[in-house]
Design a protein around this ligand. Structure first.
Ligand code: SF4
Ligand code: SF4
Length: 359
């Protein structure tokens, strides 16, 4: 019975999709037996697509509602399901591993024995799955970079979806948690620390409300959110999100640890995989050939040319603006880059774009 419930969980997690869906390999079962109790796995298997109440899940299982509600609450606290109160009713949803369950495990930034064990098991599962199926190459960009819009040259078109500050202004609440990727690395090996700020992982709206309620991340004011963004830009982190105009999170990513950026940069032409729609332009009068931009570029897209001015490889440049924020001479401005598709309005639009691109 216990083995069967985890077998069914494998099918459930396969159906939920995401970057690391369920897969019938030993590393999957090693992981889920620590993540989920058999009762939690059974509840997870009974959760319909979308959101549902405890009563709906209980009915699907033929079980007592109070008992199922208790398990769902326990799962929400553990980051195994999503939960939100709306118009007086409590709803639950079953997320995929990524984005979802994996991130929820480490965004509190705690370092318990269970955290370390989960980090080891999650890492083993990701490695085994990557080795088995390879890194996915979607037909249309699933994620995107958001540039540093204050560095865009005057006269260039900057859409609302290009502006981090516009998102901060628009969404409520906003929460900030520990970078899941850097924290996972540190749990695996204390010495694996790139020195980048960790408390910079930002969520917006409903997702933020859930994480604040469960103590996964902390609510911040708009001023605090802008300060997190400024700190990330100074450090050389890259704003990454889903390739949609409506977004519910922003990761401030390093190239050495973060899944979104690492996956994109592993492709032969990352400049086409996650591009912000901008590229750097260099002012020969102001440039002092210090090579700070070359060192800061997370995509290895820059070299100093023969005329002592940086040269950009557009196949690699993702348009992040990290070069521009670090230039001591203000010699770099970001310019519109033609040919980068406009982000679809929302997740539904992204799904349609992915479908259309494979035809
Ligand atoms: S950081 Fe600025 S000054 Fe230094 S090489 Fe790059 S563009 Fe030139
Ligand atoms: S050259 Fe490098 S740092 Fe500058 S925008 Fe492109 S990827 Fe970012």
């Amino acid at each position: 019975m216990t083995e069967q419930v985890y077998r069914e969980l494998c099918e459930t997690m396969a159906k939920r999709g995401g970057r690391y869906p369920g897969r019938d390999i030993p590393e999957f079962f090693d992981l889920v037996k620590v993540l989920f109790t058999p009762e939690e796995a059974a509840v997870s298997n009974a959760m319909p697509r979308g959101i549902s109440t405890a009563a709906m899940v209980a009915e699907a299982m033929g079980k007592d509602e109070v008992e199922v509600a208790q398990t769902l609450e326990q799962m929400a606290d553990k980051g195994l399901c999503f939960s939100i109160q709306q118009d007086g009713t409590r709803y639950y949803g079953g997320p995929p591993f990524v984005p979802g369950i994996f991130e929820y495990q480490f965004m509190r930034g705690t370092t318990t024995d269970r955290d370390r064990e989960l980090a080891r098991l999650i890492h083993a599962y990701k490695q085994a799955l990557d080795a088995k199926v390879g890194i996915p190459k979607p037909s249309f960009p699933v994620e995107r970079v958001i540039t540093v819009d204050r560095k865009v040259k005057a006269g260039n078109k900057v859409h609302t979806y290009d502006q981090m500050a516009a998102y901060v202004e628009k969404y409520h609440p906003i929460s900030v948690g520990t970078c899941y990727c850097r924290h996972e690395a540190k749990l695996l090996d204390e010495k694996d620390d790139c020195g980048m700020p960790n408390d910079v992982c930002m969520q917006f709206g409903t997702g933020a409300r859930f994480m604040i309620e469960r103590g996964i991340s902390k609510q911040v004011s708009k001023e605090e959110a802008l300060e997190v963004l400024r700190r990330s830009e100074e450090a050389g982190l890259v704003h990454c999100s889903t390739n949609t105009q409506e977004i519910d999170f922003v990761c401030n990513c390093c190239a050495c640890h973060c899944v979104i950026l690492k996956t994109a940069l592993a492709q032969p032409k990352p400049g086409l995989a996650v591009n912000s729609g901008f590229q750097p332009a260099f002012d020969a009068e102001l440039c002092v050939a210090c090579e700070t931009c070359v060192e800061r570029c997370p995509a290895d897209a820059l070299v100093l040319g023969d005329d002592e001015l940086p040269v950009v490889d557009l196949d690699r440049c993702i348009g992040c603006g990290v070069c521009a924020t670090g230039c001591p001479s203000d010699a770099i401005e970001m310019m519109e880059r033609p040919g980068i598709p406009v982000p679809p309005p929302d997740r539904k639009g992204l799904k349609a774009a992915l479908k259309a691109a494979v035809k």
